[in-house]
Design a protein around this ligand. Structure first.
Ligand SMILES: [Zn+2]
Length: 90
């Protein structure tokens, strides 16, 4: 099975940032907006494909370089800013 591990990382950071950053307590966090944020961030990041068996995904987490993590956080924050200002719904 091949998965884009970047997706898991982005999802993780997104959840964390929304939970801990007081700047984003009031933004819309519906499924639609979260999907839009994920898609936008992922389009700006290189995919990180790994082969895995079910349930083994998280063992790979530490193999991404620190620098890479900083880049992921930056793109997630940019995507949050963008989508929260222009939610794709009423
Ligand atoms: Zn929304």
């Amino acid at each position: 099975m091949i998965v884009n591990y970047m997706e898991e990382i982005v999802r993780d950071y997104l959840k964390n940032i929304l939970k801990t950053d007081p700047m984003y307590t009031d933004i819309c966090k519906c499924e639609h907006c979260l999907d839009d944020i994920m898609a936008k961030a992922l389009n700006n990041l290189k995919p990180y494909y790994i082969t895995t068996k079910k349930g083994e995904i998280f063992a790979e987490y530490s193999s991404l370089e620190t620098q890479h993590h900083a880049e992921v956080i930056l793109e997630v924050v940019k995507a949050i800013e963008f989508v929260s200002k222009k939610p794709n719904h009423q």
